[in-house]
Design a protein around this ligand. Structure first.
Ligand code: C5P
Length: 241
């Protein structure tokens, strides 16, 4: 269910998080970034505010990663996936925590979509980086976050999911356990010399690629830059390993 990432150019591997509240702002950014980056990430805030029609407009400018992190009972997730797959996003994701049956339901929906000519690939979110050891313990997980992330990656792979969203710090271990063809999409990327903001465990673009990231998610270092197009170009240049 996944394309080999060796076929992706460095530019293809850069995903820009459009963490802005309105379609107007997102489309303005997309216009400046079109042709310079691989994908645009639409998160829950923007999708809830602007809906599917806006995603269609955005897709005229670049492929879209719909970062909706679906998590519900298997039937509900399958139906929600079927609805959202009508947009044919390049990437879509669910929470690995939803368990094997939910992951399989999502995989079935994506397989049917691809069999009908769609291009969407499915990723699973491992452990939210907002959950530290203490928060995981409160949820009944004794294992450290990195062990849990690896366990969730294995679970997702067994269910037929094409890859995971994970920290770049976990990418090498996940590549080792699940193989090169199982994708790793990593947020928390900061070009050298840029502000870390609220991210805790960051990596530079080149470091993250070396650790085995298939796709790098970069938000504010591009979207808050005075010239987002130039910032994106500089990051693509920095991705040369
Ligand atoms: O602005 P910045 O580069 O920090 O944006 C990173 C993007 O990746 C945001 O959309 C954020 O929600 C997302 N993300 C993250 N860490 C995760 C999962 C998603 O930063 N573990």
């Amino acid at each position: 269910m996944s394309a080999p990432h060796s076929t992706l150019s460095l530019r293809d591997r850069l995903v820009v998080a459009l963490d802005v509240p309105t379609a107007r702002e997102a489309l303005a950014l997309a216009e400046r970034l079109s042709g310079r980056v691989g994908m645009l990430k639409v998160g829950l805030e923007l999708f809830c505010a602007e809906g599917p029609a806006f995603v269609r407009d955005l897709q005229a400018m670049a492929p879209v990663f719909l970062d909706l992190k679906l998590h519900d009972i298997p039937t509900t997730v399958r139906r929600a996936m079927e609805a959202v797959l009508r947009l044919d996003p390049r990437l879509i994701n669910v929470h690995a925590q939803g368990g094997p049956a939910m992951l399989e339901a999502a995989v079935e929906a994506v397989r049917a979509h691809r069999d009908a000519g769609g291009r969407t690939e499915l990723l699973a979110v491992t452990v939210l980086t907002s959950l530290d050891r203490e928060a995981l313990a409160a949820l009944g997980h004794a294992a450290p976050p990195e062990d849990l992330a690896l366990a969730y990656a294995r679970l997702a792979q067994q269910a037929g999911v094409g890859g995971v969203v994970c920290s770049a710090w976990e990418a090498a271990a996940i590549r080792e356990a699940c193989g090169e063809g199982f994708h790793r999409l990593t947020p928390g990327i900061r070009p050298s010399g840029s502000a870390v903001q609220d991210q805790a465990r960051v990596m530079t673009p080149a470091q993250a690629l070396k650790q085995g990231a298939t796709w790098l998610v970069v938000g504010r270092p591009i979207t808050h830059a005075p010239d987002p197009a130039a910032a994106a170009e500089a990051i693509v240049a920095e991705m040369q390993v």
